[in-house]
Design a protein around this ligand. Structure first.
Ligand SMILES: [Zn+2]
Length: 134
């Protein structure tokens, strides 16, 4: 297990955000096994870096725990190169998820039907709420 794997085991996310990270991680693993020859439940350094990026972005997401699916988001908070990397992975792994991880896939399909609010909410990101608790 690489050092990066351990970092995203240290989860700061809870609830829906934790599930979303799990989904991204599972999709990245499918892609990484097929394209980078990694073993099941592992990711190469580049793929692990994407998951770490996703973890940070989910933590900071201004829509908080009940965020809709990222695809329609007006903000697009990922770094451009990470966004491209994620799109390639999603395109490959998306159709495979229903077979490999049906529960995660169905949860994502339900979430994809949610709409973004007209205004950007204030102070409800996981990061904000976490800081408030301290
Ligand atoms: Zn990889």
């Amino acid at each position: 297990m690489s050092r990066q794997d351990k970092t995203h085991k240290k989860m700061l996310l809870t609830g829906n955000l934790a599930i979303e990270l799990k989904t991204i991680s599972a999709m990245t693993e499918l892609y990484c096994q097929a394209h980078h020859g990694s073993k099941p439940s592992q990711q190469c350094e580049e793929c692990a870096a994407l998951v770490t990026h996703a973890h940070q972005k989910l933590d900071r997401c201004v829509y908080g725990e009940h965020k809709p699916a990222c695809k329609e988001c007006p903000i697009h908070c990922y770094k451009p190169e990470r966004r491209k990397q994620a799109q390639v992975i999603m395109r490959y792994a998306g159709p495979k998820m229903l077979l490999k991880h049906p529960i995660l896939a169905i949860r994502h399909l339900i979430k994809a039907r949610n709409k973004f609010p007209d205004t950007i909410p204030d102070g409800i990101s996981n990061y904000h709420l976490r800081k408030k608790l301290k």
